[in-house]
Write a protein of this length. Structure first.
Length: 283
């Protein structure tokens, strides 16, 4: 019974986080269905989980379809349902390290950790930043094998693709590297979230840039991995909120607001997908 209540509680949490977005704008007409059952409210009060968790800010709000598609995070669900500490390894290049941010506290992993701590109050959250500026997928994959063995994370956030596109890494090599690494992590019972290429007008018409982006989408589909559509989300903000400045002075790396939106989108994608489970076909 306790496990059932906790799952319902976390499911309600995901709905609330998605609430401000247009894709979740429909409210159930049945009053009984719309209201939280007393048992869920009581469980929330006891566990200290807020009924109204952090929402996407006005600056960073985009339609859910521009952020991510549903995919399961089974290892993460087990940790949350057991109120066990959750260790997240954020790995990638300069967008992970935080080039362009005014301080380390403003990079996306630091902001993400604070957001998840506010949302999941009963679960200790640790986000370890292992970003290396300029790194391609192949170099990160080599490090990932070592970092995964040392840190034993429950979930890996792999921000990848931008440098491969800019450095003209072959699409075939990139796709093979990412696919093989995701498969290796999955065998170790580690959830993987792929964080896609960033949007920049400089490469908005670059065919190789789009080819690498498409390859990453194929890998995510092949492994049923959660894929954060960073390019689409950033492009949406750029075109609908042109008064916002999300880029640093070099017009390539993000600034503090850009990293805030990146963290919010990843937090939303993770939370909204916590309850998507793999279902075995009927025998």
């Amino acid at each position: 019974m306790a496990r059932t209540i906790k799952v319902k509680m976390l499911a309600l949490l995901a709905v609330f986080i998605a609430a401000p977005l247009s894709a979740f704008a429909q409210v159930p007409q049945d009053g009984a269905a719309a209201a939280a059952p007393p048992s869920v409210s009581a469980a929330n009060e006891t566990a200290g989980v807020p009924l109204l968790p952090q929402q996407l800010s006005a600056q960073c709000a985009v339609p859910t379809s521009e952020i991510a598609a549903p995919a399961p995070l089974p290892a993460t669900i087990v940790r949350l349902e057991g109120n066990q500490p959750l260790r997240i390894l954020a790995i990638g290049s300069s967008s992970t390290w935080g080039v362009g941010a005014t301080s380390r506290r403003k990079n996306y992993p630091s902001q993400l950790e604070a957001m998840l701590e506010r949302v999941l109050k009963t679960v200790p959250i640790e986000v370890v930043n292992r970003g290396v500026s300029g790194e391609t997928a192949e170099a990160t994959a080599d490090r990932l094998r070592i970092e995964a063995a040392l840190l034993r994370p429950d979930l890996v956030l792999w921000q990848v693709g931008t440098n491969d596109a800019v450095q003209r890494v072959s699409v075939e090599s990139f796709e093979r590297t990412v696919s093989e690494t995701v498969a290796q992590l999955r065998k170790k019972n580690i959830d993987v979230v792929l964080v896609g290429l960033q949007y920049t007008p400089k490469y908005a018409r670059d065919e190789h840039y789009f080819a690498i982006r498409d390859a990453l989408k194929r890998v995510a589909a092949e492994h049923n991995a959660l894929y954060v559509r960073r390019y689409q989300a950033m492009e949406y903000i750029s075109k609908t909120k042109s008064n916002l400045q999300m880029m640093a002075d070099d017009d390539f790396h993000l600034n503090d607001l850009g990293y805030q939106c990146m963290a919010e989108h990843i937090a939303h994608a993770m939370t909204a997908n916590l309850f998507v489970r793999r279902r075995k076909p009927a025998s």
